[in-house]
Each structure stands twice: as C-alpha cells, then as structure tokens.
Design a protein around this ligand. Sequence first.
Ligand code: HEC
Ligand code: HEC
Length: 339
Amino acid sequence: MNTKSKLLILSLFIVMVPYNNCGPVPGAKDSNSTTSNSTSSKPSTGNTTTSTLSAGETFFNNTVKPAFNAKCMSCHNEPRFGGNGPLTIYGYGPMKTMLSAGGTTSVNNNLINKVQNIITHTGGNFCLPSGIQISPCSEIVAWWQTEFKMGNAGFSGGIDSITATGDVTGSAIDAKNPTAQVSVFFYINGPVGTGTSLGSVLTSGTDHLFTFSVPTAFRDGKPHDLYAYGTAATTNNLLPGAPKTLVAYSQKAVGMTFYNASLLPQLQTKCKNCHQVSYSLHYFSLLKPTPFAGGTATNNELINKASGSVSHGGGNLCGTKNSSPCLEMQTWWAKEFGP
Ligand code: HEC
Ligand code: HEC
C-alpha cells in the first residue's frame, strides 16, 4: 500500500465522520456500549440513518456502487491487483462531481463519458456492446435522473397532478435551453409508438407550467397511463416521473339535469347561508373518494357532510342518509357513476 492510497482511505473516513455526526444516529450509543447492562433498552429504531440521505445518494449507494464493485475491482481496488485505478469511484461526493460536470444530460457528463472511454480511461469502455443500456452505464443514467430529477434528454419538471376530472398540470424545463418554453406531447395507454397520441401543449410563464385536459373518452373511471414528452415525442424525451396513472371521470348530462332539477333548489335553502352551491363544486365532493378508490353513493364527502356523519360546521341537514336532501344525493351519485 503506497502513501497516496493510505491517504485516500484516510480521507474517505474523514469525509464520513462529520456526516455521521450531523444527525442523531438512533441506537448507535446502545450498540457500542456492549459492557452496559442497562435494562432500559429502547425499542430499536432500526437503520434510520439511511433515511437522512438524499434520494440521489441512496441510489448511488444501493445501485451504482454495487455495479462498480462488480465490474471495476480489478483495477479500482485496494490492494491493487490489476491496475491502479483511484478509489474515488466508490465515493458519492467525487462521483457526483463528475456526474454534474462536462455536460447537462444523463448521457453526456464526465462520469458516463469516462466509463465509456469518450474521456480517455485506462480501463477503457465499460459499456459495451451497446452503450448506455449496459451496466454500469444504465445505472449511471438512472442515477443522473434520480439526482437531478430530469428525463433522459435533460428535461426537469413533469406531471405534477391530475384531478378526478382529468385536468393535468405540470411543468417542463429543458436544461440545455432553460429559458425556452417547451412543447409537451401526451400519449395515453402506452408510450409513443404504442400509445394513443393526445396532442401537445406549450408551457408558459417563468415556471414553464402547462395544463392539459384528458379527452372525455379516457375519463371513464378506469386507470390509464399518461406519458408526457418534452419538445418531441421520442422515448428519450420522456419527462421525469412519467408515465403517471390517472383515473378520471366526466360529468354526465343526466347527472347535471337531475342535480339542477332535484337537488339545487333544496341546497339553495339548506346550504346557501354558509356555502357556495353549484353542480361542479358538489361534483368534486361526490368524487371524494372516487368510485375507483372505493367511493359509493353513501360514503362520499357530500353526503357525509350533509348528514353530519363526519364533523361538519353545518351539522346534520338530512336526518338520515335516506332523507332529503341526502336521498337525492344518492340518486345523483347513481346517475353519475352508476351502471
Ligand atoms: C484496467 C484497469 C481499470 C479498470 C478495469 C477500470 N478502470 Fe477506471 N481507471 C483506471 C485508472 C488507471 C484510472 C486513473 C487514470 C485514468 O483516468 O484513466 C481510472 C480512472 C477512473 C475514473 C476517474 C476517477 C477520478 O476520480 O478521476 C473513473 C470515474 C473510472 N475510472 C471509472 C471506472 C469504472 C466505473 C470502472 C468499472 C466499470 C472502471 N473504471 C474500470 C483503470 C481502470
Ligand atoms: C351553518 C353553516 C353551514 C351550513 C348550513 C352547511 N354547511 Fe357545509 N360546511 C360548513 C363549514 C363551516 C364547513 C367547513 C368545515 C367543515 O368541514 O366542517 C363545511 C364543509 C362542508 C363540506 C366540505 C367541503 C367544503 O366546502 O369545505 C361539504 C361537502 C358541505 N359542507 C356540504 C354541505 C351541504 C350539502 C349543506 C347543505 C345541505 C351544508 N354543507 C350546509 C358550514 C355549513
């Protein structure tokens, strides 16, 4: 072991020590005090130290490092068997520095370029025969995405939320051109190639936000996977976090007619002092929870509040769930979500 490598090992420990001290390490004291016969041993809180790590560092430790261990030990090892590769490759800090430099995408940065010998590497190209799909390059790509929450091609953002009526909101920023607005392309029931294209929208504002409405045909109360791509609908341009599963509903004409004729007049007398009363507002209460998530005619927020079966500022305005206006709420639910 030469002095340089001793120093490297030593510095790895020095880097680790302050880290362990920066938060409580449950159970650490107990496990060290083997001579103590204290009877007040608290229930073990387990290995909670890992939960203080960022998603990126956890991913590096659990996925990237084992891949390096499996493939790179012949040179990056101590003692050295076949070469003199530095041990920096097992350290989150130095590898993140390489991952963050030299390019702004998962497939173009100093780390992945080094491992592919695009930046000259004594160990040569380790992602043969097919490049980034091959371990350990595939792990590096996935790590980059975890670390920077970006899609393959360097988009950050993604789909933030989808309402029970299929309104989608999110954002998309192109790391290579962060000020430009981005066209976001949607596909449903499969990725580009197999899924159905739903068209595109352009982001707007400084946060590059988008809104999008899932077409009525897919607001059928059944789960669908929604894919979103930045700038162009290509596999590589999938936004982070996509696909997202949605279950959405569309308001029915028979439901609205019934609400307006049979419920609205009652609610205007019984609820209007304290509340806004409208079809679309109450429709959202009717969908909490959605039928897909277990909602029924008698357990949704609207009937639960109106009947006082859950705590309600207005108390019980129905008597029982089978009396007006709760009875009509059940009929309305059946018209919207029934067979
Ligand atoms: C044949 C020996 C050999 C093998 C096998 C090898 N490397 Fe290397 N690697 C080296 C040597 C020597 C260096 C330092 C000189 C250089 O940069 O090429 C190095 C440097 C590196 C560096 C730069 C580290 C730094 O801190 O600058 C990275 C990253 C790296 N290797 C990654 C890998 C990975 C990942 C693997 C396994 C998939 C691997 N290497 C396999 C010999 C090897
Ligand atoms: C005396 C005032 C009052 C009346 C009358 C009243 N409510 Fe409310 N309601 C409240 C208050 C206050 C809240 C918010 C706190 C809570 O959830 O209890 C609320 C909450 C709700 C909610 C939850 C969603 C939301 O808007 O916060 C629903 C649904 C609801 N009420 C339905 C009804 C219906 C239907 C009627 C008429 C049949 C009614 N309420 C009559 C006071 C009232």
